[in-house]
Design a binder for this molecule. Structure first.
Ligand code: NAG
Ligand code: NAG
Ligand code: NAG
Length: 539
């Protein structure tokens, strides 16, 4: 019986493994980091209720998704070598490396704090974590700071907290500016004296194209106590001159806050979202915009942003990807739970949306009406084979052939030995042999059956969303249809599981027979039970 139990345990692990490949369900977290590299939003580190997990996972930003159905992907072998939270993570300019700096670092083996190394790098192409040798000034480890990288490859790290007691989490806040050169791997303490700000942490940092880093909010050391920085009291660091200056912003009032998130838009707006008071209660407004093109900078609270406003959260992150600010994880103050909902803010019109559509920023307005593929296959050539461009109407009696004129535009080359499948609005043509240039075809061709056109964009959302869904998204109704691909995936997954399990079962049984009986001949039902019993004693 024990052996059967082991087998079931094994099957369970296999199912678990396959499910984790199909869609990874990440643990919730606060005080994590997120970076976008090559159209993937990677989530790094963080903590949930004193427990941590080392997985590195991402959201694929090349696919559209609905916030009610977000599919995370696990990076296999990408596990962090340590646990950390309250750290900062920055992608190198060429997207080859993630620099994970500082934080409350713990050994994964002992689960004790370990501040012996403060910089960990992840090689994005090989999925290898290392602790690089960094020379230069002695820069001690810090927590609760945010780094920014300049186009010179230098990371600027201002202040931060240095925990001296890991039990009470008390310590000292600093105001130095340290820089890490990501090409030479050297530290430098800029040792600025003039205009030095108060020791600060948990601010937001945004590097403007003119080389000025804008530090907003967070906490400051003001003897005898720490206080939250006024949101209109802006610290500015000029990376061209290594000089500090200050600005008193104008505009709407914004509650001071810490552990919030921000993004910088290409048109010079710093959008801040979430955060909390010193006592971890909510702040108002949840979302505010600092316009850095005004002089002085000006705060505003877009009225659109109050519609479908997410709950108050802290310890989350925000990243900008084309038109969207993407908010992930954090702690929901309103209902005292860890947040696993992704929130999307469309920066074009300052609205919270539920649909992420990567095609919007990529395709030009005219590209849908007249797509221009690079190959430009000769449109005059008549298709040779049924299934490419010719339609037979079986509603006519007798059936009637026609060649839709639309189908001649962007016509694929002549191919044979391919296949075609219909999926909602698309006929999907795969592989085959290209007669025109005598090569095996690896191009997928898409034929939109609604208007008989060859298209280059496959959008699974089209058949699912109703025409009105973009103007007024209805999150409650959408999960049902959008779960379909998941169910298909699950179906395949279960099929694979069953096959693997049958294989494993046979193999496992043989293995046991070999080890225990020294024979593989008998495969009777009796034997399974007998061996099961034997194995139980062996284990
Ligand atoms: C790095 O990735 C970002 C995000 O996808 C992208 O915008 C940028 O162009 C990439 N940079 C390089 C050098 O590939
Ligand atoms: C954190 O863990 C404790 C102990 O397991 C539990 O009582 C508490 O509800 C958890 N808190 C949250 C917010 O999950
Ligand atoms: C910062 O904290 C670490 C670990 O607690 C400690 O070893 C180090 O000396 C501290 N550095 C400073 C400058 O306080």
């Amino acid at each position: 019986m024990r052996s059967l139990y082991d087998l079931f345990k094994f099957i369970f692990y296999i199912i678990f493994l396959i499910n984790s490949i199909l869609c990874y369900d990440p643990p919730q977290r606060v005080f994590h980091n997120s970076v976008i590299i090559n159209d993937r939003l990677l989530i790094i580190a963080g903590v949930k209720n004193f427990t941590q997990s080392p997985e590195l996972f991402y959201l694929d930003l090349l696919n559209s998704f609905d916030t009610s159905n977000v599919l995370w992907n696990l990076i296999h072998n990408g596990d962090l070598p340590i646990y950390t939270y309250g750290s900062t993570a920055i992608a190198s300019l060429d997207n080859s490396t993630i620099f994970l700096i500082g934080g409350y670092i713990k050994s994964r083996i002992t689960n004790d704090f370990d501040f012996s190394k403060q910089v960990y790098t992840f090689d994005y192409n090989t999925s290898i974590w290392t602790t690089p040798l960094i020379t230069g000034d002695n820069v001690p480890i810090r927590q609760q700071m945010t780094g920014v990288i300049k186009n010179s490859g230098i990371i600027y790290l201002f202040g931060g907290f240095n925990t001296t007691n890991t039990t009470t989490k008390t310590g000292i806040t600093y105001n130095e500016m340290n820089i890490l050169d990501t090409s030479s791997f050297t530290w430098k303490n800029l040792s600025i004296i003039k205009n030095l700000p108060l020791p600060s942490s948990d601010y937001s940092a945004s590097l403007l194209p003119n080389g000025i880093i804008v530090y907003v909010g967070g906490q400051e050391r003001q003897e005898p106590n720490d206080t939250l920085t006024k949101m209109k009291s802006i610290k500015l660091f000029d990376t061209n001159k290594d000089e500090w200056s200050y600005m008193e912003a104008t505009g709407d009032d914004v509650d001071p806050r810490w552990i919030f998130a921000s993004v910088l838009t290409p048109d010079g707006r710093i959008i801040i979202f979430g955060g909390c008071t010193y006592d971890f209660t909510g702040v108002s407004p949840n979302l505010a915009v600092l316009d850095t093109t005004k002089n002085p900078y000006e705060w505003s609270i877009p009225s659109n942003s109050k519609v479908n406003l997410p709950p108050s959260i802290y310890g989350h992150t925000a990243n900008l990807y084309y038109n969207y600010m993407i908010v992930t994880f954090g702690f929901n103050i309103d209902n005292k739970t860890y947040n696993s909902q992704v929130y999307l803010f469309d920066i074009r019109n300052n609205t919270w949306v539920t649909r992420f559509d990567p095609s919007t920023p990529i395709s030009s307005p005219t590209s849908t009406s007249s797509p221009t593929p690079t190959s430009s296959p000769t449109p005059s050539r008549k298709p040779l084979l049924i299934g490419l461009g010719i339609g037979i109407d079986t509603t006519k009696n007798p059936y009637e052939w026609s060649i839709p004129s639309n189908s001649k535009v962007n016509l694929p080359p002549s191919i044979y030995g391919h296949t075609a499948n219909l999926y909602y609005n698309y006929m999907i043509v795969t592989f085959g042999f290209n007669i025109d240039n005598k090569t095996y075809n690896s191009q997928v061709y898409l034929f939109d059956i609604r208007n008989n056109t060859w298209v280059t964009r496959f959008d699974p959302s089209t058949p699912i969303s109703s025409p009105t869904s973009t103007s007024s998204p209805t999150p409650t109704s959408s999960p049902t249809p959008s779960r379909k691909p998941l169910l298909i995936g699950l179906g395949i997954g279960i099929g694979v599981v069953v096959l693997i399990c049958i294989g494993i079962f046979i193999f496992y049984k043989r293995d046991k027979i070999l080890r225990i009986d020294g024979t593989t001949s008998d495969t009777s039902h009796n034997d399974i039970l007998r061996i099961a019993g034997t194995s139980g004693e062996v284990d």
